[in-house]
Design a protein around this ligand. Structure first.
Ligand SMILES: C[S@@+](CC[C@H](N)C(=O)[O-])C[C@H]1O[C@@H](n2cnc3c(N)ncnc32)[C@H](O)[C@@H]1O
Length: 292
């Protein structure tokens, strides 16, 4: 038996007495249960209260987690669990003083987890970008060497236009036996298509996702579904390509699923740059007109 005295403020003492009377349990029993909850909550796995029970990752391990385009409700249960169980979540950031979109989702779904921002030189040329990637991999290696479960959170899906696959390659080159898992995420274009009730794939049509405007004209002309990432060039240039391909069904989806979300037909957009966090979606044209 471990004996100790604990000072309880009057309000807490009264609440305890009241709960003891209502529940029929002794005050000592209630105090012991409260301590048990805190202690078992601090023990591993450190899951958020509503975190789903999924396989706990070993220590050490590296998890690449897609956090969706920004709405915490669009994260998978496995992704949430991987974040909640992590000892440290790394987010790459262009500004170390700002809470980025991925970090906001992490905070929403795993409030207790430790988040570390690792600088990423996004517009600074190939060499600087490569150096940022190496630096991110180094942080991950150092943390896993210390026995941690490390998660790297990225927007959307980790396999699509993110640094994650390269970072994983760099880590695995150095630590070939490390357990690495990738948790997929919902992409911005999936949310944009769902919001617009648009079809992206249908039999006989391709779904093309590209970040090169000069590559999509043929796809558009062939009546394929086309998603354009990083279309933050001039909206007029995107409109011109769509017009040449005789496609007037493009939608510019900004911040899909988030406050301030806006989806406007491409043909109605003003000239000037499309914002960075926007996806241009040309749905798969319907083959058979639907009528009831
Ligand atoms: C670096 S890529 C990341 C893609 C992400 N991994 C995914 O699966 O959607 C960035 C591009 O994705 C698109 N994007 C990412 N997040 C978005 C969001 N929340 N809303 C709209 N577009 C987004 C934009 O086209 C942006 O230029």
């Amino acid at each position: 038996v471990h004996k100790s005295s604990v000072y309880l403020p009057t309000e807490l003492k009264e609440g305890l007495a009241s709960l003891s009377a209502r529940s029929g349990r002794s005050e000592a029993d209630l105090i012991r249960s409260a301590i048990e909850r805190v202690v078992s909550g601090a023990a591993e796995p450190r899951t958020a209260p509503d975190a789903p029970a999924v396989d706990v990752l070993p220590r050490p391990s590296l998890a690449g987690v897609g956090v969706g385009p920004g709405d915490p409700g669009l994260m998978t249960l496995r992704g949430r669990a991987a974040l909640a169980q992590a000892d440290r979540v790394l987010v790459s950031t262009t500004d170390a003083r700002s809470v980025g979109r991925a970090e906001m989702v992490v905070r929403a779904v795993a409030p207790a987890v430790r988040v570390q921002r690792v600088p990423y030189a996004i517009g600074a040329g190939d060499e600087a970008r490569r150096a940022s990637m190496v630096a991110l991999a180094e942080v991950a290696v150092a943390a896993t060497d210390a026995g941690e479960r490390v998660a790297v959170a990225v927007l959307g899906d980790p396999a699509q236009w993110t640094v994650l696959p390269d970072v994983v390659d760099l880590v695995v080159q150095q630590r070939p036996d490390l357990v690495v898992v990738i948790e997929p995420g919902i992409t911005a274009y999936q949310v944009a298509a769902a919001t617009a009730r648009a079809r992206l794939g249908r039999p006989g049509a391709d779904l093309v996702v590209s970040d090169r405007l000069d590559h999509v004209e043929q796809q558009l002309a062939a009546s394929n579904a086309v998603v354009l990432y990083k279309a933050s060039t001039d909206a007029g240039a995107v409109r011109a390509v769509a017009a040449r391909a005789r496609r007037d069904d493009g939608l510019v989806a900004e911040l899909p699923g988030l406050p301030g979300a806006r989806s406007v037909p491409l043909v109605e957009t003003d000239d000037g740059p499309i914002s960075y966090l926007a996806t241009v979606v040309f749905p798969a044209p319907a083959t058979v007109p639907v009528s009831l």
